[in-house]
Design a protein around this ligand. Structure first.
Ligand code: FMN
Length: 432
């Protein structure tokens, strides 16, 4: 089995699977059971200072989006940081760390935006022997209205300032957790680096309203007739998170800054994708809240098997896909594929036909006995038929052979090999 031992900003863990700061990491009982199940590390549920008490709503905290099979795709929450007393958390953290020396234990923090508050909390957590801190600049509800969480994460100058305070008053590794509720994710990451952060983690939750009660006319979850935006997470946010991780990984100003990937990780494959795009490890929340701690078994065995099959070490995977993330103008416009329908697999439902005929390029023909075939001369290879087909693998996009003529455009396929520098490439001409 491949070695999954991980070292993230010097914090060692037996595998790169950590639990994200959230209810699963809110107390000793949960974290102990998570470690027993095999999780490599946890980021403890965000601690605040001993200020005004944290009081959560007494009504429902969560909303959700489901697939047709009732599988949970997206989770929305209006929960605050921990509402348990600071000292109780600190005592539990210390006990857990002593009992589980080989696991990573990072403490998530969110306190008011002044140097004294940060200095004070850092002093109080020092005694716990935790491995590092994660600065929660991401939660978009409840705390943001009090000038914390995403209220800080949306202002790069604040990120830099607070990170610098943390580095000044603590020797612990410092991970800055970013909010996705921002136009350009590279800016807060750059600010974190300027402030001295050892790493960034992302994403925290996305501002969202998952549903509206059409009798009460209120967003859900509804608290006595009113609702508010919450933070969205789970499988639905993975594509957004992957893109943001890649943006930071390939940005010259943050290149080499370690990234902890978060957002919809449910399987080993999700984790591997984050790592290929530059994440040094991953954090998981919604998937364990849906399926329980034991999903880590699948993650460990799946990732090990994958690395074994590829003959790769874990370190070979990290960032492996980053060089292949490019801007649109650098895509090879001479690469041509055509849809192909496997007649043996086709169940004749006609979805591909309806989609292509009604909304796209009229490139699928239907015979009287419902045999569906692709008209190469009309197919632009948009992939819509593949995406709407209910049978996985039934429709595939097949690259045309080099030298063949595309019946749609009359152009020869691959008649120039290197698109990046080819004179027909407008970007190559612009660069001259
Ligand atoms: C109920 C709930 C509470 C959360 N509380 C926190 C928190 O206290 N601190 C924090 O940094 N992130 C918090 N998060 C965000 C998660 O740590 C994570 O960034 C987000 O859920 C995306 O990961 P996922 O798609 O695996 O859930 C919370 C998420 C949920 C669902």
């Amino acid at each position: 089995m491949a070695d999954l031992t991980s070292s993230f900003v010097g914090i060692k863990s037996p595998n790169p699977f950590w639990l994200a700061s959230a209810p699963p990491t809110d107390k000793e009982y949960n974290v102990t059971r998570a470690f027993q199940a095999g999780w490599g590390g946890v980021v403890w549920k965000t601690l605040g200072s001993d200020g005004p008490p944290i009081v959560n709503v007494g009504g429902p905290r969560y909303g959700a989006i489901w697939g047709a099979d009732r599988r949970l795709l997206g989770l929305n929450n209006i929960e605050l940081i921990t509402d348990r007393p600071l000292q109780v958390n600190l005592d539990e953290i210390k006990r857990v760390k002593r009992a589980w020396r080989d696991r990573a234990l990072v403490i998530s923090l969110m306190v008011p935006c002044d140097e004294e508050s940060w200095k004070d909390i850092l002093r109080r957590i020092e005694d716990t022997e935790a491995d590092g801190v994660e600065l929660n600049f991401g939660c978009p509800h409840g705390m943001a209205e009090r000038g914390m969480g995403s209220a800080v994460g949306q202002v790069p100058e604040y990120i830099e300032m607070v990170t610098a305070w943390v580095k000044k008053h603590s020797r612990m590794p410092c991970i800055v957790k970013l909010t996705p509720n921002i136009a350009d994710i590279r800016k807060p990451a750059e600010a974190a680096r300027r402030g001295g952060a050892d790493a960034v983690s992302l994403i925290n939750t996305i501002n969202s309203i998952t549903a509206v009660d059409l009798d009460a006319f209120s967003p859900e979850p509804m608290i006595d007739g009113k609702g508010t935006h919450g933070g969205y997470c789970g499988p639905a946010v993975k594509p957004i998170a992957l893109n943001m991780v890649a943006e930071i990984a390939r940005n010259a100003d943050t290149r080499g800054l370690p990234i902890s990937g978060i957002g919809g990780v449910t399987t080993w494959r999700d984790a591997a994708e984050f790592m290929a795009l530059g994440a040094g490890n991953v954090q998981v929340c919604t998937a364990v809240m849906t399926y329980g701690f034991k999903i880590v078994h699948e993650m460990i065995s799946g990732l090990s098997q994958y690395l074994d099959d590829k003959g790769m070490a874990l370190s070979d995977l990290i960032g492996r896909a980053v060089p292949n993330v490019t801007d649109w103008q650098y895509l090879n416009l001479n690469y041509v594929t055509k849809a192909h329908i496997d007649q043996a697999a086709c169940i004749k439902c006609g979805r591909c036909y309806a989609a292509c005929e009604d909304t796209s390029h009229q490139a699928i023909a239907m015979s009287p006995d419902r045999v569906f075939t692709v008209k190469d001369e009309d197919c632009v290879a948009c992939n819509l038929c593949v995406n709407v087909c209910p049978v996985e693998g039934c429709i595939t996009m097949v690259p045309m052979a080099k030298g063949a003529t595309d019946p749609r455009t009359g152009r020869k396929v691959a008649d120039y090999a290197n698109w990046t520098t080819h004179p027909n490439n407008p970007m190559a001409r612009a660069a001259e």
